[in-house]
Design a protein around this ligand. Sequence first.
Ligand code: PEP
Ligand code: MN
Length: 338
Amino acid sequence: MLVVMQEGASEESVQRVIDRLVTMGFTVHRSTGVAHTILGGVGPIDDFDPAGFEVLEGVQECHRIVSAYKLANRRFRPQGTVIEAGSVRIGGPEMIVMAGPCSVESEEQIEISAEQVARAGAKVIRGGAFKPRSSPYSFQGHGEAGLKMLRAAADRNGLLVVSEVMDRSQIPLLCEYADILQVGARNMQNFNLLRELGTVNKPVLLKRGIAATIEELLLSAEYIMSGGNHRILLCERGIRTFETATRNTMDISAIPVLQQLTHLPVVADPSHGVGKRQLVGAMARASVAAGADALIVEVHHDPDHALSDGAQSLYPEQFGDLMKQLRGIAAAVGRSIA
Ligand code: PEP
Ligand code: MN
């Protein structure tokens, strides 16, 4: 349930409402907006009367949230959420671009990548050290050694790090080396992993599962949030449909739909969305036009020899040109690129 306090409601009246909710068995999450304090109550009680709260001092209105996800619901924080990761803010007026190779392959590769994506304007470098591959015979990532290389290259170039965590057991390692923990499409419904990430003090980039509905994505976010970690970035990365012309079908409409349904920032991944280098730019431009808060793009200095996802990795020059175009599109929709 949701209690919207009146503008300028006193701290005592807010506290009285919180106490009342707690007594009724709710866990209370407080959100302070520009004008109003909003109290979100999550609890087992369904049959209470919102009107009983509306008579309390300082209360403007009270609603039952009927959707299955509550903490992720836009109504909980109508003004939207800005997520801070290091010096970067995602969800505000400035868009953020994350870029880098699919996998961390070598010290040299990741150093070149970091230097190139930083020069083009990316703020975060991506690179998997634990890779979820369809075949067990494909390159599986360098694990901790890869994370070390990624961290060092990022630090030398003033970038943050986003990298995938595939299993609960890898969380401490990822927390040591990465600024943002990525949950891949294949793990979007690994509920044990999600629950554990609820206890972590790092933002999570949660990718949409290959056959997941938007509501399922939001419920997966709710798993993490209900554990106490509210710093979630939702990522559209294409879904599997009957279409075979592209690797996945990039669901651009998911961007504005998510922004209606949730206050969490929305990230678009055009690389996995289409799987073909020549189509990535168009989907990146469309994502910015559709209102994405951030992009994550695969870039490789030598895609022909990449150990994973070479076909969808941009050449560094292409990425540089794309960044210039994206700045123009961002300006046209009232944003800028940090
Ligand atoms: C990746 O980012 O390289 C990746 C494996 O992504 P996804 O989980 O979206 O397939
Ligand atoms: Mn990839």
